[in-house]
Design a binder for this molecule. Structure first.
Ligand SMILES: C[S@@+](CC[C@H](N)C(=O)[O-])C[C@H]1O[C@@H](n2cnc3c(N)ncnc32)[C@H](O)[C@@H]1O
Length: 279
């Protein structure tokens, strides 16, 4: 509610160009706000093959659609600016959530410099679709207390900036690797060289939530060869950690004695819900 008692306008009524998360692929995983925005658009600039063409056909077949892959900012910004200034409704559609390896901010800042406002509309990131596919949780009581979204070394990250080995070394952390499908074997070889348990579970979820979704399960020792045999070089999420198996967890406090009125756990309760913080 705003100060004058009016309902907040929300994501669909802001001024400017929305940077919308399209979700992982299945059109049903586009948010309601994202769908409304895309349905109203005259121009949709989308992130190419990671945005399911079914979604574009279903929600914005009548809009002009431009694939941003291969276009630099010098081309994209005038394209969006000119359309916006001529009164057209423009949507920038990113895969998953724009906040994860989306390079949204550099476009938004360039638009701002050109005098065009923009804002973010979240989406379902592919790690969440992958964990749903695996029927597990990325955090799991007594198994994994933390989640990391990361990427392997390559053109963007130097070897020193690649922290996958450190994250796996924490033990109670689920490591979700984006942009690493082409490098699963190399990544696992490095983990083996650095002394990590070869039996640590790893899952590779290709095209999570797409009709051709595929899951390859293995361990640090076995997954590289399996992914190579399958031939995947892009569009998969690599998840390392015991949570991949969705087993060996302990019951949480939420459905235990505390929730039935027993002793409160030592954890600090969430002040809004009065629930323990490990629900
Ligand atoms: C440029 S990043 C964009 C990530 C996106 N912003 C997100 O939140 O999912 C592209 C990488 O995301 C992952 N990815 C995107 N969609 C995927 C899907 N449906 N299934 C599995 N991995 C996916 C892959 O690792 C891919 O290399």
């Amino acid at each position: 509610m705003s100060a004058d008692g009016e309902a907040d306008t929300g994501f669909t009524d802001e001024e400017g160009i929305p940077f919308v998360g399209a979700g992982p692929g299945d059109p049903d995983l586009l948010t309601v706000a994202g769908r409304k925005l895309v349905e109203d658009a005259d121009l949709v600039v989308h992130a190419g093959s990671l945005v399911n063409s079914e979604l574009l056909e279903e929600f914005c077949a009548d809009a002009e659609q431009v694939n941003s892959v291969g276009k630099d900012l010098e081309e994209l910004i005038p394209l969006m600016t000119d359309a916006y200034e001529s009164g057209r409704t423009v949507v920038r559609l990113h895969s998953g959530d724009p906040a994860i390896y989306g390079a949204a901010l550099e476009q938004m800042d360039a638009l701002a410099e050109a005098g065009v406002p923009s804002y973010l509309v979240p989406g379902v990131t592919s790690a969440f679709a992958a964990s749903a596919t695996l029927r597990t949780q990325l955090t799991l009581n007594e198994v994994s207390n933390h989640v990391v979204f990361t990427r392997p070394q390559g053109r963007t990250l130097s070897a020193e900036e690649d922290h996958i080995s450190d994250f796996v070394g924490f033990g109670d952390t689920t490591v979700c690797i984006y942009l690493g499908t082409h490098a699963v074997s190399e990544t696992m070889d490095r983990l083996l060289d650095e002394g990590h348990d070869p039996d640590t579970p790893v899952a590779v979820v290709y095209h999570a939530s797409w009709p051709d979704e595929d899951v390859i399960e293995g361990t640090i020792e076995t997954i590289g060869e399996k992914v190579e045999d399958a031939g995947y070089r892009a569009s998969a999420l690599v998840i390392i950690g015991e949570a991949v198996n969705g087993s060996n967890y302990e019951r949480s406090f939420l459905y235990g004695d505390w929730a039935r009125g027993g002793d409160a756990p030592n954890d600090e309760p969430d002040t809004e819900t009065q629930e323990p913080d490990n629900e």
